[in-house]
Ligand binder design. Sequence first.
Ligand SMILES: *Cc1c(COP(=O)(O)O)cnc(C)c1O
Length: 360
Amino acid sequence: MSRAYNFSAGPAAVPTAVLEQAQAEMLDWQGSGMNVMEMSHRGKEFMSIAAQAEADLRELLNVPSNYKVLFLQGGASSQFSMVPMNLLRGNSTADYFNTGQWSKKAISEAKRYCEVNVVADSAAQNFSTIPDSDTWSLNPNAAYVHYTPNETIGGLEFQDIPETGDVPLVADMSSTILSRPLDVSKFGIIYAGAQKNIGPAGMAIVIVREDLIGEVLPQTPSMFNYNTHADADSMYNTPPTYTWYLAGLVFQWLKKQGGLAAMGEINQRKADALYSAIDQSDFYSNPVDVRYRSWMNVPFTLANSELDASFLSEAKAAHLLTLKGHRSVGGMRASIYNAMPEAGVQALIDFMQDFERRKA
Ligand SMILES: *Cc1c(COP(=O)(O)O)cnc(C)c1O
């Protein structure tokens, strides 16, 4: 089988050029005689890989100098507890938006540490929209405000950054980081699991404003203290070295594509093409408020769900993989992260139109 178009929500497709470079360096990274996964994390080879990856990420996102960039184990889910442990700083309440399955998980974990004020909630709309900002109940005394800019399961994305005044804003950007330019200075913390839009699983990237580091809840494990990792340049213990290396190759690839402004244009074209194909058909539909449709995760249903199984098996035969929707939503979901080329989206649209002609 030749390389297919993979629409998986995560772990997700990695750019082919990145995999080819990793393959070329598999047995001997740049004359070192070792694969990167065999290197000491404290050796000069890996230290240079790590520093280059951080520098490239800072350049792509234009990260201000008063932010630390951490490369941590534990995925995005560990951040659901690390954030309250590190950010409550003597405060007993935090604000959370509830706009989907990942928001819900972040909220239930935060409730172990503090009182959670739900600022806005679209559970009653099955998470298909974001409540208007004039209905939000932001608490000016909250320790922080947490939201999920892109809900990976529902396919719901904030198109603007919420305005929270002096209260630090925390964002779970797992499925949207690096998809377009971002003003990092608007955030207290940005975190993202790597396996959607960065590289392989096994790592979270945390971008944290320095003044928010240092005061943790009593009993916080060292591994859950941002200070531990900030002080040690993410080498307090063994970091996920191979994932860090591959992430670095992805950052270099993104720079070669023209950076995040170029990616943003490509991603918008991909999303527009797929949504307009869905909207022009009576056979396919997408349930999300058009104002908040995700550029990265596009759920859609077939008018006749009895055709779901044949849609999936025929798609697979056409080298269009992992289109099954999340078990909580049903139907289909096409995740079209940075690594999905426009030709892959076009191949999916062509397949969908052909399937509709034959089956509708
Ligand atoms: C995938 C995902 C997570 C969970 O990531 P893990 O690395 O598996 O812990 C959290 N938040 C969002 C928005 C996600 O898409």
